[in-house]
Design a protein around this ligand. Structure first.
Ligand SMILES: C[S@@+](CC[C@H](N)C(=O)[O-])C[C@H]1O[C@@H](n2cnc3c(N)ncnc32)[C@H](O)[C@@H]1O
Length: 475
């Protein structure tokens, strides 16, 4: 791996020669493959071939080889998410500091790794808003959030400045900011090509802008989690120092074990608790296994977290109509308000209604709650979001369980052969019992309702499924 000269000189000075030599050894190795099981979807599965769990998150697993995840229907069903190990440290932060229901904003959320992790570890009753300003990336975020299956989520496509102007307030805000990506050097050759001192400075300025806007959306007593996937101090300690001085943020510690080999501050004279993951070798031991990551937690002075959300904006109800339906295909349907927006029917958890109204009036919402379907003539065409929801009423649709090859065809949005005896009408497609989406069965053929933008684009067909999970009761 050829590293930029200026990176080498700066990083060796920052880390010291011993730590830097350990990093160079780490960068010369292939990254490990990790997945994070969705505890709400993976309960009936046993994981196969795991080399061990992540020390700070028990649902994170390490694999010796990198399976071809794209061709595993269980990935598309939301049973697991591919996420490198260091990023899962967010679970440790949230579990330690958030003990009651909160309203959280993930300001820079695409593709959704940390959002979906936060969603499964936040205490019951919490609400999560995931935001991404880049439109195409926000669509991917929305897809991953829907696969996760939890209803109490809103996905928006806005800049942090628009959030500041909207006047919404949150108990917890994650700023996993865009950065110079030094921690991705061994995973992504482009990160090396695009690196320059100029870009480090540019990123550092943008990061402060993002945090400044986020800070205004944080309630007194609330927590800001700041993270990057880069090593340098300009985008890390120096920004944390700036948050302390300029915004009066108070650094908050996270419990860690020495054996986790997480490094603290590398900036001389700055000893606030910060957490830096450096892929590195000590002797012949790969002592971190994850990629480069930096995380710090800061409290906004003036109160304590764990209170109910406050949404201070006036509600206008832009073209949204509450509707009554005979059937809404959900378990616990009384917990939802059903709204019609244009032709779309959306189920909003009642606890999330005021937050949803406030967000929808001021910002661009791409997804919220559970999208039930679209009104087409006399039909309601069920939506992908419904198929993937944890609250789908499994009795509401006939089920067609597909074998592996047919499941891949379905995920490519190709024609599939439904099992003999499948009734006409809307049918829930499953693989190993997990919903993948809907087909409309017409008798002699059927229409594949999988979203065009989500489909697997490759035409490759593996001979066998990647064997990451097996059903617990399968002999
Ligand atoms: C490090 S990535 C986030 C990764 C994500 N949190 C995850 O774990 O999957 C940073 C994100 O910030 C977005 N971004 C770019 N410019 C931004 C800005 N001005 N404000 C907020 N986010 C921005 C990028 O498009 C990118 O998706």
């Amino acid at each position: 791996m050829k590293l930029p000269k200026e990176f080498e000189a700066y990083t060796e000075k920052l880390m010291g020669s011993e730590l830097y030599a350990q990093l160079l050894q780490g960068l010369a190795e292939e990254p490990h493959a990790f997945v994070r099981t969705n505890p709400f979807k993976g309960a009936s599965f046993a994981i196969c071939g795991s080399k061990g769990t992540v020390e700070w998150y028990e649902h994170g697993h390490w694999f010796a080889d990198r399976p071809n995840f794209t061709f595993d229907p269980l990935l598309h069903a939301g049973v697991y998410y591919v996420q490198e190990k260091s990023s899962m440290f967010l679970a440790q932060v949230l579990r330690q500091h958030i003990t009651g229901p909160v309203t959280m904003l993930d300001m820079c959320a695409a593709p959704g790794g940390k959002s979906t992790l936060a969603r499964v570890v936040l205490p019951a009753g919490s609400l999560l808003v995931c935001n991404e300003p880049v439109k195409q990336r926000a669509q991917v975020l929305s897809e991953n959030v829907q696969k996760c299956g939890i209803a109490e989520v809103i996905v928006t496509n806005n800049y942090p400045e628009e959030y500041r102007k909207a006047g919404l307030m949150f108990d917890v805000i994650l700023c996993d900011v865009p950065c110079s990506g030094e921690g991705m050097f061994r995973k992504d050759a482009n990160a090396i090509k695009e690196w320059s001192i100029g870009n480090v400075d540019k990123c550092s300025r943008l990061q402060r802008e993002i945090v400044r806007s986020a800070w205004e959306c944080l309630r007194p007593g609330g927590l800001l989690v700041y993270s990057t996937c880069t090593f340098n101090a300009k985008e890390n300690e120096e920004n944390v120092q700036w948050i302390c001085k300029e915004l009066k943020g108070e650094p908050v510690g996270v419990d860690i074990c020495k054996e986790w080999n997480i490094c603290g501050s590398l900036l001389s004279g700055f000893d606030a608790p910060v957490y830096r993951f450096i892929p590195r070798y000590v002797g012949d031991k790969d002592c971190v296994q994850g990629e480069g990551l930096f995380m710090a937690v800061l409290r906004k002075p003036g109160g304590k977290v764990d209170r109910k959300p406050s949404t201070t904006v006036k509600q206008q109800n832009k073209g949204r109509q509450p509707v009554k339906l005979n059937t809404i295909w959900l378990q616990n349907s009384d917990d939802f308000n059903i709204m019609q927006e244009g032709y779309s029917l959306i189920a909003i958890p009642k606890d999330m209604q005021s937050l949803y109204d406030a967000v929808a009036d001021k910002l661009r919402v791409l997804h919220a709650g559970i999208r039930l379907g679209e009104v087409k003539g006399k039909d309601i065409v069920p939506d992908q979001s419904l198929a993937l929801s944890l609250l789908l009423d499994r009795e509401a649709f006939p089920i067609a369980e597909l074998p592996y090859e047919q499941a891949i065809r379905f995920l490519r949005k190709e024609a599939v052969t439904l099992p003999i005896g499948t009734p006409k009408g809307f049918v829930l497609i499953t693989y190993m019992g997990m919903p993948l989406g809907f087909e409309k069965h017409l008798g002699s053929r059927s229409n594949n309702l999988y979203p065009q933008e989500w489909r697997i684009k490759s035409t490759y067909m593996p001979d066998v499924a990647p064997q990451l999970y097996k059903l617990i009761n399968d002999k």
